[in-house]
Design a protein around this ligand. Sequence first.
Ligand code: DGL
Length: 274
Amino acid sequence: MKADKWAPIGVFDSGVGGLTVVREIMRNLPNERIVYFGDTARVPYGSKSRDTVIRYSRQIVRFLQTQQVKAIVIACNTASALALETIEQEIDLPILGVVKPGAQMAVETTRNKRVGVIATESTIQSGLYQKLITQADSEITVYGKPCPLFVPLVEEGWTKDPITEEVARRYLAEILDKKIDTLIMGCTHYPLLRSLLRGVVGEEVTLVNPAYETSQALRRMLLELNLANPGGVDTGQQKYRFFASDGVERFNSFAHSVLPEQISDTRQIQIEEF
Ligand code: DGL
């Protein structure tokens, strides 16, 4: 497929969490247009099987292709861990997940070669963060910890709440005991807990944000493929377009808490039709 530089980037996630990746793309690649899909009807992916996540991701990719995107970013850590490898063999569009950029940054960051990863159950079980890091440097030991309660706590808006802090202390005690110096926030929602996590892990541990690293990887990929949007052309379409499979009101209000601009025209689509 011949894509043009002014075409949008397709970004998808299991729900609203991927907006942390959208935020980084907006900040760091301000010329790029975005079509976002959040699978709010079928969230969470983090406790689902590989087959299910692949099936859902295929439908979403087919939808994004109808929007003439020039590249796809899987903003969801779980879908990146479970489905990217399969999907990238099936389509002829450039596609990027969030796991690899996050893993690469952790390899570059760690000094004592002890890295922690917090993520959903399915992401930790997939072992992909662990695999990519140890492939890059076999001396690094990776300690994974699923933190399933963080997603609902963030969606409840409790990002600075003492209850969330207590939950974080319990989850992290085990991996902090391992003396990690680097912690990957391996789930879309966790960057929204950055300041709370900082308080729990202390100043000595570097927090890696895969959402930010992915925006940088996307920039490199677009430049390499000569697909970076130089700006300056009115395509007649809104720069940022949002779609969800359910609950657009709730989607809009969460988006308002994450993105620099107000979103009010999210459209609901029947993703099973794709
Ligand atoms: N977006 C998911 C992730 O980054 C978290 C929410 C879910 O479980 O679907 O892994």
